[in-house]
Ligand binder design. Structure first.
Ligand code: XMP
Ligand code: MG
Length: 180
Protein backbone atom coordinates (compact mmCIF):
# COMPACT_ATOMS: atom_id res chain seq x y z
CA UNK A 1 0.00 0.00 0.00
CA UNK A 2 1.23 3.54 -0.80
CA UNK A 3 2.64 5.29 2.26
CA UNK A 4 0.24 8.28 1.91
CA UNK A 5 -2.83 6.03 2.16
CA UNK A 6 -4.50 5.65 5.54
CA UNK A 7 -6.97 2.94 4.58
CA UNK A 8 -8.29 1.10 1.57
CA UNK A 9 -12.06 1.40 0.99
CA UNK A 10 -12.31 -0.75 -2.13
CA UNK A 11 -9.59 -3.26 -2.96
CA UNK A 12 -8.10 -4.05 -6.36
CA UNK A 13 -9.81 -7.46 -6.34
CA UNK A 14 -13.21 -5.93 -5.53
CA UNK A 15 -12.80 -3.41 -8.36
CA UNK A 16 -11.82 -6.12 -10.86
CA UNK A 17 -14.78 -8.28 -9.89
CA UNK A 18 -17.18 -5.32 -10.10
CA UNK A 19 -15.88 -4.26 -13.53
CA UNK A 20 -16.57 -7.73 -14.86
CA UNK A 21 -20.09 -7.73 -13.36
CA UNK A 22 -20.97 -4.24 -14.66
CA UNK A 23 -19.37 -4.79 -18.07
CA UNK A 24 -21.37 -7.98 -18.58
CA UNK A 25 -24.58 -6.29 -17.38
CA UNK A 26 -24.09 -3.36 -19.77
CA UNK A 27 -23.17 -5.67 -22.64
CA UNK A 28 -26.54 -7.37 -22.18
CA UNK A 29 -28.36 -4.01 -22.10
CA UNK A 30 -26.69 -2.80 -25.28
CA UNK A 31 -26.45 -6.08 -27.15
CA UNK A 32 -28.59 -4.94 -30.10
CA UNK A 33 -27.29 -1.37 -30.12
CA UNK A 34 -24.19 0.59 -30.99
CA UNK A 35 -23.79 2.81 -27.95
CA UNK A 36 -21.36 5.68 -27.54
CA UNK A 37 -19.52 5.27 -24.25
CA UNK A 38 -18.44 8.68 -22.97
CA UNK A 39 -15.65 8.62 -20.42
CA UNK A 40 -15.42 11.67 -18.22
CA UNK A 41 -11.72 12.53 -17.95
CA UNK A 42 -9.49 12.10 -16.22
CA UNK A 43 -11.01 10.14 -13.37
CA UNK A 44 -13.06 7.63 -15.37
CA UNK A 45 -10.13 6.46 -17.49
CA UNK A 46 -9.20 3.24 -15.62
CA UNK A 47 -12.86 2.33 -15.01
CA UNK A 48 -13.85 2.91 -18.65
CA UNK A 49 -10.88 0.90 -19.82
CA UNK A 50 -11.76 -2.00 -17.53
CA UNK A 51 -15.53 -2.20 -18.10
CA UNK A 52 -15.43 -1.98 -21.91
CA UNK A 53 -13.17 -5.03 -21.99
CA UNK A 54 -16.06 -7.00 -20.46
CA UNK A 55 -18.50 -5.73 -23.10
CA UNK A 56 -18.60 -8.20 -25.92
CA UNK A 57 -20.67 -5.88 -28.16
CA UNK A 58 -20.26 -3.10 -30.69
CA UNK A 59 -19.49 0.17 -29.01
CA UNK A 60 -17.82 3.47 -29.74
CA UNK A 61 -15.74 5.42 -27.22
CA UNK A 62 -15.19 9.11 -26.78
CA UNK A 63 -14.03 11.31 -23.93
CA UNK A 64 -15.03 14.57 -22.41
CA UNK A 65 -13.12 16.60 -19.88
CA UNK A 66 -15.13 18.77 -17.56
CA UNK A 67 -14.09 20.32 -14.30
CA UNK A 68 -16.13 21.28 -11.29
CA UNK A 69 -13.36 21.05 -8.75
CA UNK A 70 -10.40 23.37 -8.35
CA UNK A 71 -7.27 21.86 -6.85
CA UNK A 72 -8.97 21.25 -3.51
CA UNK A 73 -11.34 18.70 -2.10
CA UNK A 74 -14.73 20.41 -2.28
CA UNK A 75 -16.81 21.36 -5.31
CA UNK A 76 -16.81 24.96 -6.53
CA UNK A 77 -20.30 24.38 -7.96
CA UNK A 78 -19.23 25.38 -11.47
CA UNK A 79 -18.91 23.04 -14.43
CA UNK A 80 -16.67 23.97 -17.33
CA UNK A 81 -15.97 22.02 -20.56
CA UNK A 82 -12.21 21.58 -20.87
CA UNK A 83 -12.45 19.16 -23.81
CA UNK A 84 -15.59 18.40 -25.78
CA UNK A 85 -16.53 15.22 -27.65
CA UNK A 86 -15.36 14.59 -31.20
CA UNK A 87 -18.53 12.60 -31.92
CA UNK A 88 -22.08 13.78 -32.69
CA UNK A 89 -24.49 12.51 -30.04
CA UNK A 90 -27.72 13.24 -31.92
CA UNK A 91 -29.76 10.03 -32.20
CA UNK A 92 -27.18 7.99 -30.29
CA UNK A 93 -27.55 5.74 -27.25
CA UNK A 94 -25.15 7.23 -24.73
CA UNK A 95 -23.45 5.57 -21.81
CA UNK A 96 -21.83 8.17 -19.57
CA UNK A 97 -18.98 6.60 -17.60
CA UNK A 98 -18.09 8.43 -14.39
CA UNK A 99 -15.60 7.83 -11.61
CA UNK A 100 -17.74 9.24 -8.81
CA UNK A 101 -21.02 11.09 -8.31
CA UNK A 102 -20.74 13.47 -5.39
CA UNK A 103 -22.85 16.66 -5.51
CA UNK A 104 -24.32 15.48 -8.82
CA UNK A 105 -23.56 18.84 -10.49
CA UNK A 106 -21.22 17.41 -13.12
CA UNK A 107 -23.62 14.65 -14.06
CA UNK A 108 -26.70 16.85 -14.24
CA UNK A 109 -24.77 19.30 -16.43
CA UNK A 110 -23.75 16.49 -18.81
CA UNK A 111 -27.21 14.92 -18.95
CA UNK A 112 -28.77 18.33 -19.77
CA UNK A 113 -26.12 18.98 -22.42
CA UNK A 114 -26.66 15.62 -24.13
CA UNK A 115 -30.45 16.01 -24.01
CA UNK A 116 -30.05 19.41 -25.65
CA UNK A 117 -27.84 17.75 -28.28
CA UNK A 118 -30.71 15.29 -28.93
CA UNK A 119 -29.26 12.00 -27.71
CA UNK A 120 -31.65 9.09 -28.25
CA UNK A 121 -31.05 7.62 -24.78
CA UNK A 122 -28.75 8.38 -21.87
CA UNK A 123 -27.58 5.96 -19.21
CA UNK A 124 -25.00 6.57 -16.52
CA UNK A 125 -22.59 4.12 -14.96
CA UNK A 126 -20.40 5.25 -12.09
CA UNK A 127 -17.77 3.34 -10.19
CA UNK A 128 -18.47 5.22 -6.96
CA UNK A 129 -21.45 6.99 -5.48
CA UNK A 130 -21.27 9.38 -2.51
CA UNK A 131 -25.01 9.81 -1.81
CA UNK A 132 -24.45 12.10 1.19
CA UNK A 133 -22.72 14.66 -1.02
CA UNK A 134 -25.73 15.22 -3.28
CA UNK A 135 -26.97 18.79 -3.80
CA UNK A 136 -28.95 18.10 -7.00
CA UNK A 137 -31.51 15.35 -7.41
CA UNK A 138 -29.85 12.95 -9.83
CA UNK A 139 -28.82 9.28 -9.70
CA UNK A 140 -26.69 7.01 -11.85
CA UNK A 141 -28.43 4.02 -13.48
CA UNK A 142 -25.64 1.64 -12.50
CA UNK A 143 -23.42 2.09 -9.41
CA UNK A 144 -20.31 0.08 -8.53
CA UNK A 145 -19.82 0.98 -4.87
CA UNK A 146 -21.33 3.43 -2.41
CA UNK A 147 -18.72 5.32 -0.42
CA UNK A 148 -19.04 7.47 2.69
CA UNK A 149 -18.73 11.25 2.56
CA UNK A 150 -14.93 11.24 2.63
CA UNK A 151 -12.46 12.39 0.01
CA UNK A 152 -11.20 9.31 -1.80
CA UNK A 153 -8.29 8.75 -4.19
CA UNK A 154 -6.98 6.01 -6.45
CA UNK A 155 -8.12 4.16 -9.57
CA UNK A 156 -8.54 7.42 -11.49
CA UNK A 157 -9.31 9.71 -8.57
CA UNK A 158 -6.70 12.25 -7.60
CA UNK A 159 -5.62 14.68 -4.97
CA UNK A 160 -3.70 17.46 -6.73
CA UNK A 161 -3.22 15.14 -9.73
CA UNK A 162 -1.57 12.41 -7.68
CA UNK A 163 -2.74 8.85 -6.85
CA UNK A 164 -4.79 8.24 -10.04
CA UNK A 165 -2.51 5.29 -10.77
CA UNK A 166 -3.25 3.38 -7.56
CA UNK A 167 -5.15 0.14 -8.30
CA UNK A 168 -7.51 0.56 -5.30
CA UNK A 169 -9.72 3.27 -3.74
CA UNK A 170 -8.42 4.69 -0.49
CA UNK A 171 -8.42 7.58 1.94
CA UNK A 172 -5.34 9.75 2.43
CA UNK A 173 -3.54 10.25 5.71
CA UNK A 174 -4.47 13.67 7.17
CA UNK A 175 -0.89 14.99 6.99
CA UNK A 176 -1.03 14.78 3.19
CA UNK A 177 -3.72 17.50 3.09
CA UNK A 178 -2.09 19.69 5.68
CA UNK A 179 1.18 19.49 3.74
CA UNK A 180 3.30 18.48 6.77
P1 XMP B 1 -19.90 16.22 -8.50
O1 XMP B 1 -19.83 16.93 -7.16
O2 XMP B 1 -20.07 17.17 -9.65
O3 XMP B 1 -18.46 15.61 -8.59
O4 XMP B 1 -20.88 15.08 -8.49
C1 XMP B 1 -18.03 14.87 -9.63
C2 XMP B 1 -16.55 15.04 -9.81
O5 XMP B 1 -15.90 15.57 -8.64
C3 XMP B 1 -14.73 14.87 -8.36
N1 XMP B 1 -14.82 14.24 -7.00
C4 XMP B 1 -13.82 13.64 -6.39
N2 XMP B 1 -12.55 13.45 -6.79
N3 XMP B 1 -12.12 12.30 -4.77
C5 XMP B 1 -11.69 12.79 -5.97
O6 XMP B 1 -10.54 12.59 -6.32
C6 XMP B 1 -13.38 12.46 -4.30
O7 XMP B 1 -13.70 12.01 -3.19
C7 XMP B 1 -14.27 13.18 -5.15
N4 XMP B 1 -15.57 13.52 -5.04
C8 XMP B 1 -15.88 14.16 -6.20
C9 XMP B 1 -14.59 13.85 -9.45
O8 XMP B 1 -13.71 14.32 -10.43
C10 XMP B 1 -15.96 13.69 -10.04
O9 XMP B 1 -15.98 13.35 -11.41
MG1 MG C 1 -10.37 15.47 -9.46
Amino acid sequence: MHSDIEKILVSQEEIEEKCRELGELLAEEYKDKFPLAIGVLKGALPFMSDIVRHMDTYLEMDFMDVSSYGGGTSSSGEVKIEKDLNTKVEGRDLLIVEDIIDSGLTLSYLVDLFKYRKAKSIKVVTLLDKPEGRTVNIEADVVGFKVPNEFVVGYGLDYQEKYRNLPYIGVLKPHVYSGE
